[in-house]
Design a protein around this ligand. Structure first.
Ligand SMILES: NC(=O)c1ccc[n+]([C@@H]2O[C@H](COP(=O)([O-])OP(=O)(O)OC[C@H]3O[C@@H](n4cnc5c(N)ncnc54)[C@H](O)[C@@H]3O)[C@@H](O)[C@H]2O)c1
Length: 265
């Protein structure tokens, strides 16, 4: 897909990856509708980049539906919908159900609701593009947060299913699976920071994949190497992940001792 003159929606646009995608899509000549639950930052960032802002909380279906209907009413058909808003919360099974439900809604169900409302019209037109942000955690894991690892696996599985089911009917699907990217989400994740790339690097990877209509978008060669290791020898891969987790925990403790806190991505 070429972006010039296309109508593009980006959720989670007030910060990080969504902000960078919005800015670049505008520069590529798209009409961009930027959306976030944070209306103040969202308005400011969208205004600076030349996008129109629509406030929406994608943790419930009506937020996603209203956003889509707003764009239909103001700009018309949506060529590319980027379900990018995401959160990183929770730890293990002890995390309260409310946290599991919230992260499931934001990281997975918002993709389902977007597809539910967009697909009928996209299928009627015989075209449409969904770019869903999952994470390398969807191919591998996230070492601190089970809800994050689980929901990103689910987001990848849903994107795969859409690509297989609707690919012959003109629907394109790409799934963005970055490792560490310098955004507020990893501000207290020292292990990810060691190899984090800038949002500029990520945006280039996205643009190239969109131009080739490629399903899987990664930012680090190590992601697919580790994914191959996992497929070849699962037990060996789990052993490596255990050792990496020990390293991640000691880096986190070091950061906590130096006052950086323990919020994770
Ligand atoms: N930064 C990384 O290293 C990294 C790596 C892999 C995947 N990701 C994924 O990329 C996406 C963007 O992350 P980021 O790094 O830019 O994080 P970020 O925290 O900088 O930005 C996330 C944005 O999503 C918005 N948001 C959160 N919940 C929302 C909701 N219910 N409704 C609407 N907007 C909501 C936030 O207000 C924020 O503006 C997420 O899905 C994240 O899981 C990030």
């Amino acid at each position: 897909m070429e972006l010039e003159n296309k109508t593009v929606v980006v959720t989670g646009s007030a910060s990080g990856i969504g902000k960078a995608l919005t800015e670049r899509f505008v520069r590529e000549g798209a009409t961009v509708i930027a959306s976030d639950r944070n209306a103040e930052a969202g308005e400011k960032e969208a205004g600076a980049s030349g996008a129109r802002f629509v406030a929406a909380d994608v943790s419930h279906e009506s937020g996603v539906q209203k956003l889509i209907e707003d764009v239909w009413a103001n700009e018309g058909e949506i060529d590319l919908f980027c379900s990018n808003a995401g959160i990183a919360i929770g730890a293990g099974p002890e995390s309260p159900d409310a946290q599991w439900r919230l992260i499931e809604n934001v990281n997975v169900m918002s993709h389902v609701w977007a597809a539910r409302h967009l697909l009928p019209r996209m299928l009627e037109r015989g075209e449409g593009y969904l770019l869903n942000t999952a994470s390398a955690a969807g191919l591998l894991t996230e070492l601190h947060s089970a809800p994050y690892a689980v929901t990103k696996h689910a987001a990848l599985a849903f994107a795969e299913w859409l690509a297989i089911t609707y690919g012959d009917r003109g629907i394109k699907v790409s799934c963005l699976c970055p490792e560490g990217v310098w955004t507020p989400m990893i501000q207290n994740a020292p292990l990810l920071q060691q190899t984090a790339v800038t949002t500029d690097v990520l945006v280039e990877a996205v643009l190239e994949a969109l131009s080739q209509e490629k399903f899987l978008i990664t930012t680090h060669p190590t992601t697919l190497q580790s994914f191959q290791n996992k497929a070849q020898d699962y037990d060996n891969w789990i052993g490596k992940m255990r050792r990496l987790r020990t390293k991640a925990m000691s880096l986190l403790q070091g950061a906590a001792l130096s006052g950086a806190g323990e919020k994770q991505a």
